[in-house]
Design a protein. Structure first.
Length: 405
């Protein structure tokens, strides 16, 4: 008998009908294995709670996390009741009851420790544990929330702590695809991906898994499976790269419209200027991604272009506008109408010509590249947002990702 962690997201528990469907899936698994179910709030519930917080203009971080984590409690209660009606021995647990110990960083808490002995004790007496995702408790007894992707992170952390055989992440899609099926009609489902590939996809726009959960799975070698709670099709396994028999040169094409471009023109071309600019941003926890520096012909001034998340661009502009006053520059401009397009694949490490094909494909479509960033298994370019769909489709075709292998 194996131990399986099953995580169901907001769309999977969106209403009573969907939760009843989840109960049926869990019952089937519980007949073969011990099961820990991790649940999100019903789709839209947490956003609704955030709107309430915004409406009352609450700055009380502890109270805000109590509000934000309420939805998971409801999901857990309903599913546990449905399982008991189906004669399944189950126990509902909230984060503090395990306990899942976190730091005190409200709304972005990090898991510090999980009492796995207590979980194993509950498993001896029950076939299924139904656990609230997204939440924990700090050392002072305060309820905390884990931030975006928190339920994924909870599931992987639990799987790692109890050494589960697998962690299944149920969503509203059949698995991980070579690109967004809403843009690329012939996008194919990928049977297996390396942790590194999934991490790059998650960080460059793919919305299937949050980066924190993938990082945690990779660190602790937790086998993941992404699959649908609605269909009965096989999903995508996320595994150690050593378990991949053949590594794809390019596995997928992803995109993100969540970044803004900032350009500072006419800054002095002197040592320490870039360090000053990016030091200010780092001091305010603003994440900088793509960076391009162009030197003018006179060698005296330069232009620096970089990207930051859309929700941080106002703060970045404010900081730079007010704290660079002892550095002369001509202008500081922001642009949200950009899109980051990425091609990802483990095979890039040993295959030449991947970048050339990407750049030529975009050039053939008269798409101008505004910035470039690379890693061992990823190439990202920044383009005008209006070319997003044509860029994704063209690259998907260029790398022959719609051909089943």
């Amino acid at each position: 008998m194996s131990l399986i962690v099953m995580k169901f997201g907001g769309t999977s528990v969106a209403n009573l009908k969907r939760i009843s469907n989840v109960a049926n899936i869990v019952v089937k698994e519980a007949k073969k294995n011990k099961v820990i179910v991790v649940l999100s709030a019903m789709a839209g519930f947490t956003n609704k709670m955030q709107n309430y917080i915004d409406d009352i203009n609450s700055e009380e971080k502890h109270e805000n996390d109590l509000i934000l984590t309420a939805g998971e409690n409801i999901s857990v209660g309903i599913l546990s009741a449905l399982l008991k009606k189906r004669k399944i021995k189950s126990i509902p647990l909230l984060g503090w009851q395990v306990p899942i110990i976190t730091d005190g960083n409200f709304q972005k808490a990090t898991i510090l420790n999980i009492d796995n002995l207590r979980i194993k004790k509950f498993l001896k007496k029950n076939d299924v544990i139904v656990l609230a995702g997204f939440q924990g408790i700090d050392m002072n007894g305060n309820i905390t929330s884990l931030g975006r992707g928190g339920s994924d992170t909870t599931a992987v952390a639990i799987a790692s702590s109890v050494k589960a055989d697998r962690c299944d992440i149920y969503t509203d899609v059949d698995g991980v695809f070579s690109s967004d099926p809403n843009i690329v009609k012939h996008a194919r489902k990928i049977p297996k991906l390396a942790f590194e590939e999934m991490l790059e996809m998650s960080s460059t726009g793919a919305k299937v898994l949050h980066t924190r959960s993938v990082e945690l799975a990779m660190k602790n070698n937790v086998v993941l499976q992404v699959l649908s709670s609605i269909t009965k099709k096989n999903g995508t396994f996320i595994v150690d790269e050593k378990k991949l028999i053949e590594q794809e040169i390019v596995s997928g094409v992803s995109y993100s419209k969540n970044d803004s471009k900032i350009t500072i023109s006419g800054i002095p071309d002197k040592p320490g200027i870039s360090a000053r600019i990016f030091g200010l941003l780092a001091d305010n926890n603003i994440n900088v991604d793509m960076i391009v520096q162009n030197i003018s012909q006179d060698g005296i001034s330069a232009n620096i272009t970089f990207t930051v998340p859309n929700n941080e661009v106002k703060l970045a502009k404010f900081i730079l506008s007010n704290k660079l006053n002892n550095i002369k520059y001509d202008s500081l401009k922001t642009n949200k109408n950009v899109s980051k397009i990425s091609v990802i694949g483990m095979g890039m490490m040993s295959q030449s010509g991947v970048a050339q094909k990407m750049f030529k494909t975009l050039a053939d479509k008269s798409i101008n590249i505004l910035a470039i960033s690379t890693s061992e298994i990823k190439i990202s370019v920044l383009i005008d947002v209006k070319y997003t769909n044509i860029a994704v489709k063209s690259l998907h075709k260029a790398y022959k990702l719609n051909i089943k292998k």
